[in-house]
Write a protein that binds this ligand. Structure first.
Ligand SMILES: [Cu+2]
Length: 282
């Protein structure tokens, strides 16, 4: 019995660490070494996802513990030594109805919040800003269709280019800049193969498919830089096309926009693509 008690207390401790430990240690916008759990939320949708995840973890743990207890009871009380003449019972209508109905009710109870989050993710509220992310082998190109015709490439920084505080394999030369507390509609497409635009802190993950436009949205509640990665195996440098979103105040955003319009207007697509390919050749 002592062993069982110890096992139970260890299990509870591990579940608590899994459920809450990650949240306690997560740095905003990026993963940290030894992190457990999800990245810290920066949007209302991600708040819901974390709540749902934690609730689900508790439900799963209770169900697994219940099944474990049943198995242990069977092993202890009904083994051949303790119970040499087994019962010949084959049916019990009440139990059979219960073990069909109860799991159905549990699944329905899980499905309702799950579908609500899915609808929230894919129903774009009236947007304050639209950005377009085009996945390319192997970088992202960002455009601001309601703010002029400019677009720019966002390419991962090599180790030697990193400045203090910039995370390796996640920092880029040109971040996607958006204003805080505004609804940003994200349009995604692919230029060559299927990529996937993912930012964990925002709770968004949407495929970028050649020949079609997908859309999702986010509303970042805090300023800061939030990182994500392409999440669809898209070729040899799939792991080297990170997504960096810098959330700034409205004034900073307008200043950035004015400067970006001039800076990137001069850029022509062909030159940029050659530059991007060159980087990888080095
Ligand atoms: Cu990709």
């Amino acid at each position: 019995m002592l062993v069982l008690k110890r096992f139970m207390s260890w299990s509870i401790a591990i579940v608590c660490i899994l459920a809450f430990g990650g949240l306690a240690h997560a740095a905003p916008g990026q993963p940290v070494p030894w992190q457990l759990g999800l990245q810290e939320s920066a949007t209302p949708v991600m708040d819901d996802i974390i709540l749902f995840h934690t609730g689900l973890l508790i439900a799963i743990t209770l169900i697994s513990a219940f099944v474990l207890v049943l198995l242990v009871v069977v092993m202890v009380r009904f083994n051949a030594a303790k119970n040499p003449t087994p019962s010949r019972t084959t049916h019990n209508t009440l139990i059979e109805v219960a073990w069909t109905i109860v799991p159905v009710l549990i699944l329905v109870a899980i499905a309702i919040p799950s579908f609500r989050i899915l609808f929230d993710q894919l129903t774009v509220p009236p947007a304050d800003l639209t950005v377009k992310a085009t996945g390319k082998q192997w970088f992202w190109t960002y455009a601001y269709p309601d703010n002029g015709a400019f677009e720019f490439d966002s390419i991962m920084l090599q180790d030697k280019e990193l400045k203090a505080g910039q995370p390796r394999l996640l920092a880029v030369d040109n971040e996607l800049v958006v204003p805080v507390n505004k609804v940003v509609r994200v349009l995604t497409t692919g230029a060559d193969v299927i990529h996937s635009f993912t930012v964990p802190s925002f709770g968004i993950k949407i495929d970028a498919i050649p020949g079609r436009i997908n859309e999702t949205w986010f509303q970042a509640k805090r300023e800061g830089t939030y990182y994500g990665q392409c999440s669809e195996l898209c070729g040899k440098d799939h792991s080297f096309m990170p997504i960096a979103v810098r959330v700034v105040s409205e004034q900073e955003f307008s200043a950035w926009l004015n400067q970006a319009k001039q800076k990137y207007a001069r850029d022509d697509g062909a030159t940029r693509q050659v530059a991007a390919v060159d980087r990888y050749a080095k």
